[in-house]
Design a protein around this ligand. Structure first.
Ligand code: DAH
Length: 350
């Protein structure tokens, strides 16, 4: 057979053979193997085409054109096959995909009620010109007690069931050490609040070994008890309700003189002492008042410890329990709720 006829025959039969080879291929990988076999640099088409230079000048362009057509056909067949394989794969995926299933809602977190109240309280005091300060939870005896007018052996140390790390290192029992830390760093006028965790050796229905406090204080010349009253009354109106009544009751704290405790009219019974079902109000135990914080005028003994002149400066301080405020604000009856991380509880605070 003349060479031209033979090449032409071989070229044409490539198409059928390629189709056959691809019929066997069921994956992209196998299709690729067939492509290399037929269309690759050393593939069957290339081998046939390497004979073209041997053709006569008349045959060369004819066979050349045929070779190009065959090449196009092979590529066409290959592309169809690839599309076919991809389509099948897609169908297999869709066979197990149920578009009528409800979608997955992404879980969005909510802010814990303790964090929320801390944020709210901080925002109120920042608006009043207070800075936010923080300090260590593992504290020395000096900052936690001694500089706050609680020398060793002072009976008031028993008020706070301290967790000791060593004889002179404690887990802070209150955020009041931040008064001392801040005053040692800054000169008056200074106004700051200090939110944070505190620890006590105490655990029952109404006490947890860790809870949160916010300490606040302000020092300047001529700060009076009236400033304390005004500030804390404005705060109570802001955090609870402008309608709450606020009262100051004499009390005792070693680091303030005079000292007071602040009550607000009961948020549950509105001060009437009777709950909505007609029974006695359990939140205020029928008194109509609930305590929210301790406060007072900073004791000159504290000023002496931090090197402030007690003749020149006066100041007020207060400390409140965050969980307590949160319970009153959101009507939460059980302290344990804050620590159990039950999502049914937490997800209500959106
Ligand atoms: N540190 C006190 C406590 O934990 C709370 C307190 C009371 C802080 C009166 C004050 C204050 O700054 O003036 O029980």
């Amino acid at each position: 057979m003349a060479l031209a006829a033979e090449i032409s025959k071989n070229l044409k039969s490539l198409i059928q053979e390629f189709e056959k080879a691809l019929d066997q291929a069921s994956s992209l990988q196998e299709a690729e193997e067939a492509r290399v076999d037929f269309l690759g640099r050393k593939g069957r088409l290339a081998v046939i085409m390497s004979q073209l230079p041997l053709l006569s000048p008349e045959d060369k362009p004819l066979i050349g054109r045929l070779a190009n057509e065959v090449k196009d056909s092979l590529n066409q067949i290959l592309n169809d096959k690839i599309r076919n394989i991809q389509h099948k794969a897609q169908e297999e995926r869709l066979a197990v995909f149920d578009p009528s299933m409800p979608g997955r809602t992404p879980d969005t977190g909510t802010v814990h009620p303790v964090t929320r109240v801390i944020n709210d309280i901080c925002a109120i005091f920042v608006r009043l010109g207070f800075d936010i300060v923080t300090g260590p939870e593992v504290e020395t005896d000096f900052y936690n007690f001694e500089a706050l007018n609680l020398p060793p052996g002072h009976p008031a140390r028993d008020m706070q069931d301290t967790l000791y790390i060593s004889e002179s290192i404690v887990l802070r029992t209150h955020t009041s050490p931040l008064q001392v830390r801040t005053m040692l760093k800054r000169q008056p006028p200074v106004a700051a609040i200090a939110p944070g965790k505190v620890y006590r050796r105490d655990s029952d229905l109404t006490h947890t070994p860790m809870f949160h406090q916010i300490e606040g204080f302000l020092v300047d010349t001529q700060v009076s008890m009236a400033d304390l009253r005004g500030t804390l009354t404005a705060f109570a109106h802001e955090i609870f309700d402008p309608g709450v009544k606020v009262r100051f009751r004499p009390s005792f704290f070693p680091f303030t003189e005079p000292s007071a405790e602040v009550d607000i009219s009961c948020v549950m019974c509105k001060g009437g002492g009777v709950s909505s079902d007609g029974g006695p109000c359990r939140v205020c135990k029928e008194t109509g008042w609930v305590e929210i914080l301790g406060c007072g005028m900073i004791d000159p003994a504290v000023f002496q410890k931090v090197g402030y002149d007690p003749e020149k400066y006066t100041g007020f301080a207060f400390g409140l329990g965050v969980e307590r405020v949160s319970m009153l604000k959101y009507g939460i009856g059980d302290l344990r709720m804050f620590f159990e991380n039950d999502l049914r509880f937490l997800s209500q605070f959106v």
